[in-house]
Ligand binder design. Structure first.
Ligand code: G6P
Length: 609
């Protein structure tokens, strides 16, 4: 999704902006650009494609300056093109970079056209820069002009603004889209997320919704949504510049798959005292909130939604508490019912997914009194807007296709299952069993990672395929869904997941020798049923790949290939069976030569609706 970087310094900011854009590449984008104010001129460069293309363009003209804004664009309004790339400029005087969507852009566009503005792009952003230009005709104060202009905007935005006649001022503001201010020594920066600025600072101010900041070389002045002067404290980020680098791994995704043993240890670290889960890990008053809970509603998108689907099985089976889950983008418009005593659990890697945030707000409007976020980004909007929080601590996840964020979500959801389950009769024995299984996860994941070479060989059968089916049952049905999503996202092979029992109600018609069927078959109470489903596929000539417990007596057949998995307990099994499916999609994508970490058309953090 779009990324913003800006800087004001006594040194040339162009390299800072370019490095920042490169560090935002992981969010997904299709074009990039920057604008610099220097020597009474506003210079702009834009390019479709990668940031290195923009870098080459800038090198030709040797642009430099002490103040500038830059952007990676992920097309929403208007195709990826140079004309639609940001920054947008009005009459060579004002430049704006924008993340978000302006919902009333058509109306503003018509008003502006009526008074003579000409449009050079199809974007919703151009109306913003025109508004600011217009406001500057009545004031010589850039801050005042931005404040006036944003009053007219409906929708979501994070903005960076510079103007030719205001070479010492950078304006930043946000409503519904994230924006941080990086604090350097005698210099300031802005960015959509901290990752962009780690090489230049680890000190950040997190703007709140509705904030407008006026940034000059020696100070930052911030006004809140009611135009009150406010202080936003400076927080030190724990991230180091190299924590978002891929080291010796060929792709971030592979590194992040291999990070999982460590990430899960981090997720569990400090959450138990004397082997007992501490409820304060969810927030200081978590125990009191959990005492009021009668049911759970989970809201999430994408991979995080799949984590919620697994958790629903756990909440009902292990904790014996009623649990619903819904894709956030549907929930927000459905007028659902939120019974008293509902704990709304949002799950999000980024904590900035617009639909998940909006669904949480909707749930609150509908009467939800208690909310809990499972999230990977401590400073995110979702964390700020939730009563209770469980950080997944997976570390920065750069690959667009989520891997370690998912498995740490699952591990932390099991912690929540324990905490809530205590109130609904989860026995001490089962609690202890789940806890010790959780601590065994890093070692077990290491063991599954040993299958990497085998899975790589297997992936060769996929490179030419157009479609694939994934099957699972129970908690492993969402794992099959996640496997299918991974394959789609990064290899562009059409993949669908079905609960294996549903096969005969339609998808069986698709089975032939060209259709690989990947089955997740752990050793649990549904295994015998699953074996019958496997037979149904095999009898029709389908090519089966079955991930199965090594203790089970099963051998390869003409059209059945078995990948033997280490034995694993039921409760944590979905986490373990995720790993081979991640590796499989990764290797298929590498063979197909796709852009593994930044698959086409996708964004890491979807901050627009
Ligand atoms: C995007 C990403 C997915 C992610 C989803 C939800 O679509 O590409 O990987 O699962 O957003 O993101 P969240 O940050 O809320 O988990």
């Amino acid at each position: 999704m779009c990324g913003i970087v800006g800087a004001i310094a006594q040194r040339n900011v162009v390299p800072i902006l370019i490095e920042g854009l490169k560090r935002l590449e992981y969010r997904g984008y299709d074009s990039a650009g920057l604008a610099i104010v220097e020597d009474g001129q506003l210079y702009r460069k834009r390019e479709v494609g990668k940031v290195r293309g923009l870098e080459a363009l800038i090198a030709q003209d040797a642009i430099q300056g002490n103040i500038g804004i830059a952007h990676t664009r992920w097309a929403t309004h208007g195709k990826p093109s140079t004309a639609n790339a940001h920054p947008h400029v009005c009459r060579d005087k004002v430049a704006v970079v924008h993340n978000g969507i302006i919902e009333n852009h058509e109306q503003l566009r018509n008003n502006q056209k009526a008074v003579g503005y000409e449009f050079t792009s199809e974007t919703d952003t151009e109306v913003i820069v025109n508004e600011i230009y217009g406001a500057l005709e009545n004031t010589d104060n850039l801050l005042g002009a931005v404040k006036e202009s944003i009053k007219k905007l409906e929708g979501a935005y994070a903005l960076g603004v510079v103007a030719k006649d205001h070479p010492n001022t950078l304006i930043a503001c946000r409503k519904g889209s994230p924006l941080v201010i990086g604090v350097g020594i005698g210099e300031y920066f802005i960015a959509s997320d901290v990752a962009a600025l780690l090489p230049v600072t680890q000190r950040f101010m997190f703007l709140e919704d509705g904030d407008v900041a006026e940034i000059t070389i020696d100070k930052v002045v911030i006004y809140d949504k009611d135009d009150n002067l406010v202080d936003r404290s400076i927080k030190e980020s724990q991230l180091k510049a190299d924590s978002v680098e891929k080291g010796l791994y060929r792709h971030y995704m592979l590194k992040e798959i291999y990070d999982q043993p460590w990430a899960i240890s981090e997720a569990l670290e400090g959450r138990f005292i004397d082997n007992r889960l501490q409820e304060s890990a969810f927030g200081h008053n978590a125990g009191e909130v959990f005492d009021q809970i009668e049911s759970i509603q989970i809201l999430a998108c994408g991979t995080s939604y799949h984590a919620g689907l697994v958790a629903r099985y756990w909440f009902e089976k292990l904790a014996k508490v009623p649990c619903n889950i819904e894709v956030a983008s549907e929930y927000r418009y459905r007028k659902p019912i939120v019974p008293p005593g509902t704990l709304v659990v949002t799950i999000s890697q980024s904590g900035e997914t617009a639909d998940t945030l909006a669904a949480l707000q909707e749930a609150k409007k509908l009467g939800a009194k208690y909310s809990l976020a499972i999230c990977n980004v401590p400073e995110s909007s979702l964390v700020r807007e939730s009563d209770l929080v469980m950080m997944t601590r997976a570390g920065p996840e750069i690959g667009v296709a989520s891997t370690k964020a998912f498995t740490t979500q699952l591990a932390t959801l099991l912690l929540l299952v324990i905490a809530i389950g205590r109130r609904f009769g989860l026995t001490k024995e089962l609690e202890n069993k789940i806890s010790s299984e959780l601590f065994s996860l890093p070692g077990k994941i290491e063991a599954v990672l040993q299958l990497d070479d085998k899975i790589k060989q297997l992936s060769e059968q996929f490179a030419e395929k157009q479609h694939a089916l994934f099957l699972g049952r129970g908690t492993h049905y969402p794992i099959a869904m996640e496997g299918a999503l991974k394959l789609k996202e990064i290899s562009y092979i059409h993949a669908e997941a079905y609960p294996a029992g549903e096969l005969k109600h339609g998808p069986l018609a698709l089975i032939d020798a060209e259709m690989p069927v990947i089955t997740v078959a752990p050793n649990n109470s549904l295994l015998e049923k699953l074996k019958s489903n496997i037979q149904e596929v095999s009898a029709r000539g389908g090519q089966l790949i079955v991930f199965m417990d090594e203790t089970l007596a099963a051998e390869n057949d003409v059209n059945v290939q078995i990948i033997k998995m280490p034995p694993v307990e039921n409760e944590i099994s979905p986490i373990i069976y995720t790993i081979p499916l991640q590796l499989l999609s990764y290797h298929v994508a590498v063979l197909k030569g796709t852009d593994v970490d930044q698959p086409r058309n996708l964004a890491k953090s979807v901050t627009v609706e």
